[in-house]
Ligand binder design. Structure first.
Ligand code: SIN
Ligand code: FE2
Length: 218
């Protein structure tokens, strides 16, 4: 089983904080208790705005399937990366951000020292085995004073957390079910990514990993 790689760290009672660098914090187990409610909210969002694999401006189909909720959603196609108020598949507004997600993001940000975080975009990523996210910066938002809050559920993954230049050697951190990562301030534009997901099975998500990233995108 993939989870055995991480030994005792799969224990659902893991909590605590790990400083990744100045202004970047990993909150172990932050969302574990709320995970069933979060996943229920994700299922409701996906019923209105189904997961889809988007295309990069360069013409590649992303391995990660995505959807969004909140006033703005992150999208990519041949025209570029951007935030949009409507789902390009249905041309409907993105589903509203469920209260359980909004409050989770605000609490995670506050625990990491970023008070008054008001996300208006929640990108939901679904990784199946083999899916990956190459190193990138989150830089499509106009206001870099606001942090990024990232919540991991289901199968574990290796998070790459690099520097401000693509060449900087990234840290490799296992992210497990319930973990939150918050980065902002001087860390806001750090490169990050996810190595190809290993096969496995999680009681709440089956054979996938679900990641939610919250941003202030206006
Ligand atoms: C992202 O950078 O959008 C996703 C990161 C993750 O899946 O943990
Ligand atoms: Fe990102």
């Amino acid at each position: 089983m993939t989870q055995d790689l991480f030994g005792d760290m799969t224990d659902d009672r893991r909590t605590g904080r790990e400083l990744l660098c100045a202004d970047a914090v990993l909150l172990r187990g932050f969302a574990t208790q709320d995970a069933p409610a979060i996943l229920e909210a994700v299922a409701q969002v996906a019923a209105q705005a189904p997961f889809r694999q988007m295309t990069t401006p360069g013409g590649f189909r992303m391995s990660v399937a995505m959807t969004n909720c909140g006033p703005l959603g992150w999208v990519t196609d041949r025209r570029g990366y951007r935030y949009a108020s409507r789902d390009p598949v249905s041309d409907l507004p993105w589903p509203a951000m469920p209260e359980v997600l909004q409050s989770l993001a605000q609490r995670a940000a506050a625990q990491a020292g970023f008070d008054y975080f008001m996300p208006d975009a929640c990108l939901i990523n679904r990784y199946e085995p083999g899916a990956r996210m190459s190193l990138h910066q989150d830089k499509d938002e106009p206001d870099f004073s606001q942090p990024i809050v990232s919540i991991s559920l289901g199968l574990p993954a290796i998070f790459l957390f690099g520097g401000l230049r693509r060449e900087d050697k990234p840290l490799r951190m296992p992210l497990l079910h319930g973990d939150a990562v918050v980065w902002g301030g001087s860390a806001r534009l750090r490169y990050h990514g996810i190595t190809p997901l290993k096969q496995g099975s999680h009681p709440l998500t089956g054979d996938c990993r679900v990641n939610l990233t919250f941003r202030k995108a206006s």
